[in-house]
Design a protein. Structure first.
Length: 516
């Protein structure tokens, strides 16, 4: 029997019909909207405004083969190696082969990729890539420029209705396991039923279930949790990527500012408080080693010397170069009193990306008919156990397009829903203190479900968060923040249980009690 977060009667709420519903207005959702047949009515939902998503914070760039000496085979192999052999090979082939075509389309939309003095695309190197293949916008503001451009393009579409400040509560299905619509809530607390036989979930990641994250405040796993309640399969939930380098202190929204891996691609060196570079002894690629290795090395260094952080040294580059190449990072650090031209940057590893999510095929289809997923909330299989740097934005484009293309191909207005499955009367019991619950989930996930894990910690945390989940799932919830907390508990338990089940370390999943 499936579950719902929404409590109430569908007869009492407004009903709106669409051909297609897209949940999320980041790169994946926007690109899917741009590729939906103009004849189909489409709603694009965003949680905190169309300009707030994880995509807009992406600094590093987007990976794609553009140079003659590079090849899709090399990009393919690099992706498999970073994914520790757990990637879906067919999905990776789709990614690296179709990526260059999508980059060309982005240029057609006007995405302002950086160019050199000869007006050629400026291509840089990042960790775990064997060739230069990273494209950037505004130096280190790729995601921002890309989402802004795509947003403007979507605004021009007559078939698309933008629905701002709307949170997904539940995905509805019928007795044939087919999508029939979604229940949503606006910022005033008003609930609505959006009826549709086709839903693309592009709701982003799960970063805010951790205390320290580079993710937007919207990233509480809403789309993944709603899909789980609807009966969708999830996969690779144990694989959470921690970025090695974020500024040690968060902003007022508790988001940690990312110090892009591109700095290390341009020669930045990680140092401890004894001035020593330490990555050379850890991995043959030193500071350009895969992110999971660098993150664990930093944690080890911090524990070894009881340090709150390590340092990233980019002082080998001129101020002029840094201002041009990394304007966002340069200015943010300068505003915080750190002159990266002469000062080392204090950094710590924080949660950054989620390789797991709603399981899909190469067309973005899930096990529920009419339900699709793309972007960070989806598990297409391209990332395996660890994402290769700058493959995420490319995945958004390739699979956002593929979701739309498949819907365009199979869409029929004659599709009739069978008996709607919805029965969710719950007692008005006492809810746990929401602030305490959220804080405890983040604390436990960071301490016991984070970079380094073990059986004891995972088991304890499953029990603790499990109690919160049972309480939240068995009482009437009305406010978005309450349902958001249920979503946090839901995805946390799936991450923890998957981590407990995988007893050997691989990729971003590290067990200190690994069974040899």
């Amino acid at each position: 029997m499936r579950e719902y977060a929404f409590c109430g009667s569908l007869a009492d709420i407004e009903t709106i019909d669409f051909d297609v519903i897209i949940v999320g207005a980041g790169a994946a959702g926007l690109y899917a909207a741009l590729n939906i047949d103009p004849k189909l009515s489409c709603a694009v939902l965003d949680k905190l405004g169309i300009e707030e998503s994880n995509s807009m914070y992406a600094q590093g760039g987007i990976a794609s083969v553009t140079l003659k000496e590079d090849s899709w085979q090399s990009h393919y192999e690099d992706t498999l190696i970073a994914g520790a052999g757990l990637c879906d090979k067919e999905a990776v082939k789709v990614l690296v082969n179709e990526g260059p075509k999508e980059i060309q389309k982005l240029m057609g939309y006007g995405v302002p990729f950086d160019r050199d003095e000869n007006n050629n695309l400026y291509i840089s190197m990042e960790g775990a890539h064997t060739y230069k293949r990273i494209l950037h916008c505004g130096g280190d503001a790729t995601g921002l420029h890309m989402t802004k451009t795509l947003t403007e393009a979507v605004k021009k579409l007559k078939n698309v209705t933008r629905m701002d400040n709307i949170m997904l509560l539940d995905i509805l299905t019928d007795e044939n396991n087919s999508v029939t619509g979604a229940i949503v809530q606006d910022k005033t607390g008003k609930n609505s039923l959006l009826r549709s036989s086709y839903i693309i979930t592009a709701s982003g990641g799960i970063g805010r279930v951790y205390r320290n994250s580079t993710n937007s405040s919207i990233a509480t796993g809403d789309g993944i949790a709603a899909a789980i309640r609807a009966g969708a399969k999830v996969d690779n939930m144990e694989f959470v990527q921690f970025h090695p380098t974020a500024l040690i202190h968060p902003d007022l929204n508790m988001r940690y500012f990312l110090i892009s891996e591109a700095l290390r691609g341009e020669g930045a060196i990680l140092r401890n408080r004894r001035w020593e570079p330490f990555m050379q002894e850890v991995h043959p690629m030193a500071d350009l080693a895969p992110r999971d290795i660098v993150s664990r090395a930093i944690v080890s260094e911090m524990r070894k010397y009881d340090l709150p952080n390590v340092y990233l040294d980019i002082t080998s580059k001129s101020r002029e170069f840094l201002i041009k190449r990394f304007p966002v990072i340069y200015n943010e650090c300068m505003n915080r009193g750190i002159d990266i031209a002469v000062d080392w940057i204090p950094v710590v590893p924080v949660q950054h990306y989620f390789m797991g999510g709603i399981k899909t095929d190469t067309n973005g289809r899930t096990n529920i008919e009419g339900l699709y997923a793309c972007g960070e909330c989806a598990c297409t299989g391209v990332h395996g156990a660890n994402r290769l740097a700058s493959n995420s934005l490319l995945e958004c484009l390739v699979f956002g397009h593929r979701c739309a293309a498949n819907i365009n191909e199979v869409f029929t207005k004659d599709k009739k829903a069978s008996k709607l499955l919805f029965d969710n009367s719950k007692p008005k019991g006492e809810i746990v203190d929401i602030d305490t619950c959220r804080s405890q989930i983040r604390k436990d996930m960071t301490k016991k479900g984070g970079i380094i894990r073990n059986k004891t910690g995972l088991t304890e945390t499953i029990a603790e968060i499990g109690e919160y989940y049972e309480n939240l799932n068995n009482v009437e919830l009305n406010e978005a923040r309450e349902i958001e907390t249920l979503n946090m508990a839901t995805v946390s338990l799936h991450i923890l249980n998957a981590a407990l089940k995988r007893e050997k370390s691989i990729g971003a999943h590290f067990r200190s009690d690994e069974i040899k």
